[in-house]
Design a protein around this ligand. Structure first.
Ligand SMILES: *[C@@H]1O[C@H](CO)[C@@H](O)[C@H](O)[C@H]1NC(C)=O
Length: 399
């Protein structure tokens, strides 16, 4: 009895202490810096001033964006900062200006960059208001196009966590993760129309130890794209569709791209997309790079046009430079327990580079039915490929 009540007091003390600790986080609300949360008022300056104050504060800091609709031009949350950690508590809706001149060339809408210890949470929404700019996007047809602003870019952050936030209708990508180390995203919800151009859900580049889990992405381009220079990436519990699926790449387009090593994509559902899981590389790459150690496991495909595809002849335009094969070398690629339906007969495509045939591609327990009724096929070229367990489609004969 005595011991029991002692335990309760210790527990209460603990709860009190933890609450007290939490209350010690200095809070900066955008309202205190003049933000109105009224969509007819521009709150950009108020957000910038709130950040200046939060960034200069020490200890654990909260930046609060209460409920309301905030109209914003470009907002840069850039370090280095004095704080230990910052929680950006986004409860409201942020609406981007539709005036493209407010975002510098190649710049983004909201940027978090060059500091440690970000938590972005709160259930709020980034509304990129992209609809009016989509027709101005020339990237789907031109190689040297002007890139539109990404809604939220995370650059050179260490130990960042994004959980329980939403994004809709970005002008370009929803989220970009660049040069981050230990970046975790979970319970995020990204939405844009199926026909909106280049609205990738999350694009990751030159980052290390990244996880994207328990999230729902329906958009006009890749749900998640894993670009050059990444290592140790985990993608799990994703609902993807519509869109272009979960992709590695595109790679081999620019000089001196980094290798991509250590990727796991698992326990996910992909539906109504053009591709399921894909690796795409350009031909005539300016330099050599490697893609090594990737596992795609326990993925359910529903009405996906190309459920499993390695495409080293990637060409999103009507004309590409095909004067030499891709210089991206692929090895140790595993597709395990991939089931569901394929909208094209070629349920599996493995088209590798003549200059660097794929090494050790494994398909184990793949069961993809062609919705057209006849038997699905596997189309392969320049690949060292092994099939085991369930084989639907039946194994291909390498060209
Ligand atoms: C492959 O990548 C995974 C995920 O990053 C990692 O845990 C594993 O150790 C890697 N395996 C090898 C052989 O490098």
């Amino acid at each position: 009895m005595r011991q029991g009540s002692m335990k309760v007091s210790i527990l209460l003390l603990c709860v009190f202490f933890c609450c007290a600790l939490n209350a010690n986080a200095t809070s900066f609300s955008v309202g205190s810096y003049g933000a109105k949360g009224d969509p007819s008022v521009d709150d950009t300056t108020a957000f910038v001033n709130t950040w200046k104050a939060a960034c200069a504060s020490s200890g654990d800091v909260e930046l609060l964006i209460p409920q309301g609709t905030y109209f914003l031009g470009q907002v840069i949350f850039r370090g280095p900062c004095k704080f230990n950690t910052i929680t950006v508590n986004l409860k409201g809706v942020l609406k981007a200006s539709t005036d493209l001149s407010r975002f510098g060339k190649g710049d983004d809408w909201v940027e978090f960059s060059f500091f440690n210890g970000l938590t972005l949470t709160g259930g709020g929404t980034f509304d990129g208001q992209g609809r009016s700019s989509w027709s101005k996007n020339e990237c789907p047809t031109k190689k040297n196009c002007k890139v539109l602003p990404t809604s939220v870019k995370f650059v050179s952050l260490t130990n960042a966590e994004v959980k329980g936030v939403n994004s809709k209708d970005p002008k370009f990508f929803h989220f970009g993760v660049l040069q981050c180390n230990n970046f975790k995203a979970s319970n995020i919800y990204l939405k844009a129309p199926e026909d909106s151009p280049n609205t990738d859900g999350i694009h990751i580049e030159r980052s290390k130890s990244v996880s994207i889990t328990a999230s729902t992405i329906g958009t006009g381009d890749d749900c998640i794209s894993i670009g050059q220079g990444n290592s140790d990436v985990l993608i799990s519990g994703i609902k993807c569709g519509p869109g272009h699926g979960i992709s590695v790449g595109s790679l081999g387009r620019y000089p001196n791209e980094g290798n991509v090593q250590g990727l796991i994509v698992k326990d996910s559902i992909i539906f109504g997309t053009t591709n399921g899981v894909r690796i795409k590389t350009w031909e005539n790459s300016p330099s050599w790079s490697n893609v090594d150690n990737m596992t795609f496991q326990n993925i359910k495909m529903n009405n996906v046009y190309n459920p499993i595809i390695i495409d080293q002849n990637y060409c999103p335009y009507y004309n590409c430079d095909r004067s030499a094969p891709s210089k991206v070398k692929l090895s140790n690629i595993f597709f395990k327990d991939i089931t569901g339906s394929s909208k094209s007969q070629a349920a599996v495509t493995v088209k590798c580079s003549q200059a660097a045939p794929c090494q050790n591609v494994n398909l184990q327990n793949v069961n993809l039915q062609y919705t057209g009724g006849s038997n699905p096929t596997a189309v392969c070229s320049y690949a060292n490929i092994a099939f085991s367990g369930t084989k639907v489609p039946a194994e291909c004969t390498s060209a």
